[in-house]
Design a protein. Structure first.
Length: 255
């Protein structure tokens, strides 16, 4: 049994209700991260590595530090100096292309034809290349400027090349007797001309910032004590400096 006065009035209940204060819940305690048992290695620069040392160059007398190349005074007042700039083996073909008003991919028409030729030379035999270029679908749709392997090789032969191979016959002791009953054997020695190789290396633009023509002593400290001397390149050693000073007046060594 209940009476009506036991039922609270809705309006009175709404007016007298006070919400409880909001108290943030305490953050759960985090368990400490277990320390890894794996060995770790911290990378530290090698203080003895010349690449990580400060460099204080002492160039050859009369010369600017690398990479400059102005002049040096010899015993007779002679000087080795630059006479201007010339085109390298990598720049000459481009100059000819510009003069002939052809693209940089000449003798090929464009980059697509060049890439196809490069792929054929690396992955396909000459017999298969000839068969591929003679396919009707190749001639109708690809329409490259070389229609068979012979025409393809003619274009390849027009590309700039590096130093040519030279063959020298070398006589060595072998397992065959010659006319004098001596055990001999003729061997083929294939080689490059080192001077031509140096020309190609010097003309390669990828090595422009890594070439040196002037000997210099390099030290790890500014005051230059001999104990801080750095030897890391050919031009930082003493041989080049002595050769330049005593034997190559009015000249420069090729690197």
């Amino acid at each position: 049994m209940f009476f009506s006065h036991d039922i609270p009035d809705e309006e009175e209940d709404d007016d007298s209700f006070v919400p409880p204060p909001r108290v943030p819940s305490p953050e759960p305690e985090l368990e400490p991260t277990p320390q890894s048992k794996r060995a770790t290695v911290e990378e530290v620069l090698d203080e003895d590595d010349p690449q990580n040392l400060k460099r204080f160059p002492d160039p050859f007398p009369g010369q600017e530090p690398f990479p400059g190349c102005t002049a040096f005074e010899g015993k007779e007042g002679e000087s080795a100096k630059t006479f201007g700039e010339g085109k390298t083996l990598f720049e000459e073909p481009r100059s000819r292309q510009t003069g002939a008003r052809v693209g940089p991919y000449a003798p090929f028409l464009d980059s697509d034809e060049w890439e196809l030729a490069s792929w054929l030379s690396k992955n396909v035999s000459q017999t298969a290349t000839d068969a591929y270029l003679k396919l009707p679908i190749t001639q109708r749709h690809t329409r490259v400027s070389y229609h068979n392997n012979y025409a393809y090789l003619q274009k390849v032969d027009q590309l700039p090349t590096g130093p040519g191979w030279k063959c020298e016959i070398v006589n060595a002791a072998g397992n065959r007797l010659d006319e004098d009953d001596e055990p001999k054997e003729d061997l083929e020695l294939w080689k490059w001309d080192p001077v031509e190789c140096i020309k190609e290396l010097m003309g390669n633009p990828a090595f422009h910032d890594y070439m040196a023509y002037i000997p210099e002593r390099v030290y790890g400290k500014e005051d230059g004590p001999e104990s801080s001397r750095i030897w890391d390149e050919m031009w930082t050693a003493d041989w080049w400096r002595e050769m330049q000073k005593d034997y190559l007046l009015a000249s420069l060594l090729a690197p």
